[in-house]
Every structure is written in C-alpha cells, then in structure tokens.
Design a binder for this molecule. Structure first.
Ligand SMILES: [Zn+2]
Length: 267
C-alpha cells in the first residue's frame, strides 16, 4: 500500500505549520514533492521518520520560496551523507528547465564547494517539459505546465501501484489546460487558501488562490473521488479540518480530506 505523507500544509506565510510539501511512500522509499521554505524540511522529515538516504527522487513545482528553499538543505545534507558513505545511489531532482538554473545558482551561492560539486556527480537536476512522461519511482509520471501567470509552475499526474490516478495541481487554482491531467482523479490535490466565508479577510483571489468552495466545485466538475485540500492559512489549525470539510460538503459530494502536517493518507 502506498501512502501520502503530508509534511506541510500551509501557505507561504504560515508560522504555525510548515509550508505545503509532501512525500509518497512506497515500501521503504520516498518520492518528495516540494521542500517548503527552509531548514524546517529537516524537522518535518525527522518527525515523519523519513530517512534522507531513502529519498532518491524530488520534484520541485516552482521557484517560490515556500516550495523551493528546503532543497538547499537537502542538497547539503544528502551530499554530506554521500561523502560519508551513508547514502547509496544518486539523488535525482526534477523540475522545469528554468528552475534547474535557479537551483544551481542558489546552491552554488550557499552550499560549500565540496558539497556543491556533488551536483553532476551524484546529484542530478533533470529538467522536464510540459506533457513529458517519465518513469520515476517505479511509476509513470506525466508532468504538465499549470499555466501560471505568476511564476512558471508544473504539476504532475501519477498512476499508483493500485492503478489509481493521483493528480497534483500545484498551489494555484485548476485551469482548463489541466483538464486531461485532473479529470477522473482518484486523488485530486488542490489548494484552498481559506474558507469562502473568510474571503474578505484573506483575499485569496488577488493572490491567485481559491477558497474551499471553488476547490470543491472544481473537484465536482472533474469527478474527483477524493479531494485533498492544502496550502491554507493557519489562523485556526485546531478547527481547520472540521470547518473546511463542513463548507466543502455543500459543493462536493466526494471525500474531502484536510490533512494536518504529518498526517498519513493511505492511497
Ligand atoms: Zn505556495
């Protein structure tokens, strides 16, 4: 049984939980998707009991701080383990072409040369194109450009071991260009910045985000079986699960999940 481990569920500016990132677990191995805003990724991985030497594939969706900057720490720590012979094999990082250059630049400026040199040796930055299929983690993945107007961003869809369709749409609202990738998903991962009723407080639309209501309307239109909401505000985490589910039920009859950081979902 493959599992989804939510490492972070918050938007860019949260302080009470970690920024949105997650891992898919298959037996002893993990495919990491986004890395959050910094060193906190190491804390989340430790709490989730995910050893660094079991991560050999990472996907980075886009350049914004809350998804990208944890990668610097992973490059540094995994390069250290490689040097100490505590990490077998290579680390492959996947992202769109421009992001390869961004990661190289940031890593070169911030990571010691002896670790940075592992890039190209045992750490590989692999660019993926819109619509490109790749065999990763023993699965067929299809990457796609979500059509962002803020910063170029990619999502992906994956066929799980049990044949189910898992679709990650990044941290922006569904767009029609994602239709084939999102349609009939067994697991649809969609951002929800806040409740619809709180839209005047958090102003999601001006930040190119949606509320629970629109995320649920998209899930209905796309016939999603399970909808996972993430990338939210963090003012009331204790009641987030309940409040978001209650609002969402009005607009979507499938299964709504509003995970907390470190929640594990069986896929
Ligand atoms: Zn974000």
């Amino acid at each position: 049984m493959e599992k989804l481990i939510m490492l972070g569920t918050g938007n860019a500016t949260v302080t009470k939980c970690y920024n949105t990132c997650f891992a898919i677990q298959r037996e002893e191995d993990y495919f990491l998707i986004d890395t959050g805003g910094g060193n906190g990724i190491l804390t989340q991985l430790e709490k989730a009991e995910i050893p660094l030497n079991r991560i050999h594939e990472i996907f980075i969706s886009h350049e914004h701080t809350d998804h990208l900057l944890g990668i610097v720490w992973l490059i540094r720590m995994i390069a250290t383990q490689m040097k100490k012979d505590k990490y077998e094999g290579n680390l492959n990082i996947y992202c769109h072409k421009e992001l390869v250059d961004t990661i190289m630049t940031i890593a070169e400026l911030t990571v010691q040369p002896k670790f940075f040199r592992m890039i190209g040796e045992r750490i590989f930055l692999n660019s993926v194109a819109d619509g490109e299929q790749k065999e990763i983690f023993g699965h067929r993945l299809v990457f796609f450009d979500i059509g962002s107007e803020k910063a170029k961003q990619f999502g992906f869809t994956i066929t799980l071991e049990n044949g189910k369709k898992f679709s990650f749409l990044g941290d922006e609202p569904y767009r029609t260009c994602e239709y084939e990738y999102a349609l009939d998903a067994d697991w649809l991962l969609h951002e929800a910045f806040c409740l619809y009723r709180d839209r005047d407080i958090y102003k999601p639309y001006e930040k190119f985000h949606t509320t629970v209501k629109e995320a649920c309307e998209y899930a209905t239109m796309l016939h999603a079986k399970n909808l996972i909401l993430y990338h939210t505000e963090d003012r009331n985490l204790e009641e987030r699960k309940y409040l978001y589910t209650e609002e969402g039920k009005e607009y979507y009859k499938g299964n709504i999940l509003v995970p907390d950081d470190l929640d594990v979902i069986e896929l």
